[in-house]
Design a protein around this ligand. Sequence first.
Ligand code: NAD
Length: 508
Amino acid sequence: MLSPFADVSPKDLSPLDAVSATDADAIGDLVDRARGAQRAWSELPAYERAARIAKVKDRLLDRAAALAALVSREVGKPEAEALLGEVLASADGFDFWCGSIEELCEPQEIALDKLTYPAKRGTIYREARGTLAVIMPWNFPVALPLRTLVPALLAGNAVVFKPSEISPRSGQAVVDLFAGLIPDGVLTIAQGGGDVGAALCSANVDLVVFTGSVATGRKVATACAERLVPCSLELGGKDAAIVLSDANLERAAQGIAWAALTNAGQNCAAIERVYVERGISDAFIARLTEVVRALEPDRDLGPLTTHAQQQTVMRHVADAQASGAEVILGGNAGEDGYRYPATIVKVTSDDIDLMREETFGPVIAVRVVESASEAIALANASKYGLTASIWTKRASHGESLAHELRAGVVTINNHAFTGAIPAAPWSGHGQTGAGITNSHLALEALTRPRFVLVDRSSSKRELWWYPYTPALMKIGLAMAALRSGSTGLLRKIGAVLSLLGAFPRRFR
Ligand code: NAD
């Protein structure tokens, strides 16, 4: 069988180490083994799990240079980007989750009305969901898996993790960080392509956490629907940046250049569309062009990770040009099959793939608009809705406009970096999917609530138990009258009298 794995570095086409694929037929056994290990792991106190996983963070940091070099070689991003975005940002996630998991999973007693529910105590426990499949893409091959693995494991789950076939070595390096610190079977890697991912979704897992493309996300959702298990989907994006005429020009140009081009634009939250108000558009485009022109290939901007990605970017730019868009900078693909220069395209319509489909490359499409409301309408017209940004010196105006945007994250005068803030939820609208990564809200998927009610009542029966006598009907109607805000005083008095008469008959 043909190897599913990427085998050359996009940086210099040098060969990458061989990787063995997991047999798709063996996935069921891997999941069973994980399930076998999960219970004892979940029964450890949360502080014990946190103490072990905190040591994983130290390993991550101790291996920072080697990890950055590996990621850079495997997927092509500059080492500085790998160090900051994959290693250091992930360390923050360990700190947040190890420091908060006990409190976030603390049992919570609910308030119960003593008259209606006498002698009862109800407690919500947040328990591990069980055995999870975690299926990840290649664009952040260390940071993205860790964003889910750390809280998932801390919450007491076992995980079978499938990295992308484009970044299997980085995936293995992530799993190696945990080796010996958590029990065998609690975290297992499954290496391979779509067949292995599909086998994992159909195996006996309790939740699939998936990050990747819309097309694959749909298959994952279908497989989960067949098994009636939940899935958390974080899919594509087509982020918009809105530059208002009162923006800080320099900050907007620098920030948009970074947020569009980091990781060669292969970021779900890359700025792919810029809507700039006419009043500042000439100055903005001129300054953006200068900033982007000053970037150094390799130091600042790596190659695309795959040849297929280069083809998509070429197609989107060529289509845009054919429709009359103006390429202001860049636009010529490298001959190695991976490189693509930082490119700025001025467009006049959104009716082209460059403005509608995910490009996932180093291309900034800029469109001049007449007003903030036009920009917001265009930004919201996308089928995606991950993050968006507004650039303005009137921060509170930007903040109020934020609520008009159809996006899971809105940043004023910044973009995309909040994925690295572990306390901030990361989620989307539309085809971006409804999964939530980061923050206490991520625990909604990674755990399940168990409600336990203890009844210390010694009365022989409850009000609502059998038999359904006329006295019970009277009590019910009196209670309805008493609880309704629109019942008049006289009717309320009547209801109280009715209750006083019916109660002794009910319990006689
Ligand atoms: P992809 O969908 O091709 O692959 C993602 C993963 O799914 C890989 O591990 C792959 O092997 C696996 N897979 C393939 N077929 C499968 C199947 N039938 N069942 C189960 N798993 C299967 O995506 P990609 O190219 O690796 O990643 C790029 C995409 O990820 C982009 O669309 C990007 O926007 C998105 N992404 C989204 C976020 C987010 O937070 N929303 C973050 C990063 C990337």
